[in-house]
Write a protein that binds this ligand. Structure first.
Ligand code: KIV
Ligand code: ZN
Length: 544
């Protein structure tokens, strides 16, 4: 089978690793259904490749990659990729997991920096060269489309990288990815590394050069764009820039930089500066919605001043700026909020809207729900319409995201009631159904209403944990707005997140807490470590 991406080097290939590298941040772990929901939205966004997980790392990751491969990796869908260390067992698992996709890819990697060779792999350069040839060829026996990465390339000897890449391409790698694994390089250095690879790897014309960067020094996006100027044609990135430590290069920042500054980048692709042809296949109007879905399901909040998708990214506060924008948008705006889908929130539904109009709007927004889910969401919508006059797309999306969060329902919140005010001690009463089916009611006094609710829930569920983050945001402005609560709690070094939306923020807070407790409780019952790389770390420490 021919690698579909090979002829397209005159544009950028967007490789999204939200479900693999992005999921490697504490508390961001997603279950199979949540990964599938994100993968579907990524396909709608128009990414070329989805790195759906690390199949050998856990049964859950294998199942998620396999499901995404069969249901999202359709002939007109994206390439589906599975990550594998350069070992037979990893590559075999990745090969099996991606097999159902119309365009399957295996991404295999081995470290090349002297630091990693000496302390982590305890292998010589000659051994790494031999493993590269052998394992790329082994991956090639499963799929035509093989990507190879020399891990920690940013701190590796370039001469050694040239040799390793030459071997990988000779063995059949069709994409060679250059990762700045620890976010160490500067744009000038990283661009120079890519230029050196183009000039010194004899068979480089047989592969696409990809780049992958971490944001430890806040330079990930700048580094990847410098790489584009020097010939990189695949960008590895995540939604909202989530990922290991300080995260990865943010997809929305890369895409909008290439979109807004197209006339600057066009000449690097051999096009006239004024060419209007997009440099990526991303449907930019899907960006905001994708950002919110990822944030809601991972519990990783987007900082208000985050470029492109932060709450303040399009807000003008100072009088001078407001005056300028009112006179002409271009005075202080380099892009239109509409271009990322931010203002596509028409007020479309109200109390009298019927099930048909409701279902149609859901489909237009890209939600493919089962009949049961549509019915459940419709009831929530009617409930909201009684409290809130005008329901926007963002409200609808908040209700649906709340519903599709596939948190296993071990504990179920049946009732929450609080009494508070400036003359009384905040008191909460809750009723929770336990996994054994018992309905337990208890009450507690707290420093505030949320504290009282959490204390009352703790008395019933009895699952030790420490609340480490609590945040409330409103979906839209207005006194009747839906409040979204995101929390993170910790137990024995593992972090679990919970998210819920409701017009009553106390109810949302209680539900978000129960959602996070359900994740914690499920992990305890199944013995699953939530971090897919955990087993790898244990093996490494044990010297396996
Ligand atoms: O950062 C890194 O080096 C990676 C590799 C697996 C590509 O994520
Ligand atoms: Zn990475």
């Amino acid at each position: 089978m021919k690698n579909k991406l090979t002829p397209n080097q005159d544009r950028i290939i967007i490789f999204d690793t939200t479900l693999r590298d992005g999921e490697q941040c504490p508390g961001a772990t997603l279950n199979v259904d949540e990964k599938y929901a994100i993968a579907r939205q990524l396909a709608r966004l128009g990414v070329d490749v989805i790195e759906a997980g690390f199949p050998y790392a856990s049964k859950g990751d294998f199942a998620a990659v396999q499901r995404i491969a069969s249901q999202v990796g359709t002939p007109d869908g994206p390439t589906i990729c599975g990550l594998a260390r350069a070992t037979e067992q990893d590559i075999k698992a990745a090969g099996e997991a991606v097999k159902p996709a119309a365009r399957p890819r295996i991404h295999t990697f081995i470290a090349t920096s002297d630091i990693h060779l000496q302390y982590k792999l305890r292998k010589s350069r000659a051994e790494v060269l031999a493993i590269t040839s052998e394992m790329v060829a082994y991956a090639k026996s499963f799929v035509e489309d093989v990507e190879f990465s020399p891990e920690d390339a940013g701190r590796s000897d370039p001469e050694f990288i040239y040799e390793v890449l030459e071997r990988a391409i000779a063995a059949g790698a069709t994409t060679v990815n250059i990762p700045d694994t620890v976010g160490y390089t500067t744009p000038e250095e990283f661009g120079g590394l890519i230029r050196g690879i183009r000039e010194n790897v004899p068979n480089i014309d047989r592969a696409i050069i990809s780049v992958h960067g971490h944001n430890d020094l806040g330079l990930a996006v700048a580094n990847l764009l410098a790489a584009v100027e020097n010939g990189a044609r695949q960008l590895e990135c995540t939604i909202n820039g989530i990922g290991e430590r300080a995260g990865n290069a943010a997809l929305e920042e890369l895409v909008m930089a290439l979109h807004v500054r197209r006339s600057y980048y066009n000449p690097f692709f051999g096009r006239p500066a004024e060419s209007a042809e997009p440099l990526t296949k991303i449907k930019t109007r899907e960006i905001y919605k994708t950002s919110r879905l990822v944030s809601n399901l991972t519990g990783m909040l987007v900082q208000p001043n985050k470029a492109i998708v932060g709450a303040n990214a399009f807000a003008h506060e100072s009088g001078i700026h407001q005056d300028g924008v009112l006179k002409h948008k271009l005075t202080y705006e380099i892009m239109d909020a509409q271009s990322i889908g931010l203002n596509d929130n028409q007020i479309i539904l109200g109390k009298h809207s019927g099930r048909n109009a409701f279902g149609t709007r859901l489909r237009e927004l890209g939600f493919e729900l089962s009949e049961t889910d549509v019915n459940n969401v419709f009831l929530k919508f009617k409930d909201l319409a009684d409290k809130k006059k005008e329901i926007t797309d963002w409200d609808l999306e908040a209700i649906v995201n709340n519903e599709i969060q596939q948190v296993p329902e071990m504990f179920r919140l049946e009732l929450v009631q609080v009494s508070c005010g400036d003359r009384s001690s905040p008191t909460a009463t809750v009723t929770v159904r336990t996994p054994a089916g018992e309905e337990l009611t208890d009450a507690a006094i707290g420093t505030g209403p949320v504290d009282a609710v959490y204390k009352a829930i703790n008395r019933v569920v009895n699952v030790p944990n420490q609340l480490i983050e609590f945040s409330v945001q409103s979906v839209m402005a207005g006194i009747d707005a839906i409040g979204e609560v995101t929390i993170r709690l910790q137990h024995e070094e593992q972090v679990f997140s919970g998210h819920a939306a409701h017009t009553d923020i106390i109810v949302a807070s209680a539900q978000a807490y129960v959602n996070a407790l359900n994740r914690l409780y499920t992990a305890q019952q199944t013995g699953d470590r939530l971090h897919p790389q955990y087993e790898q770390a244990v093996e490494a420490i044990a010297g396996v």
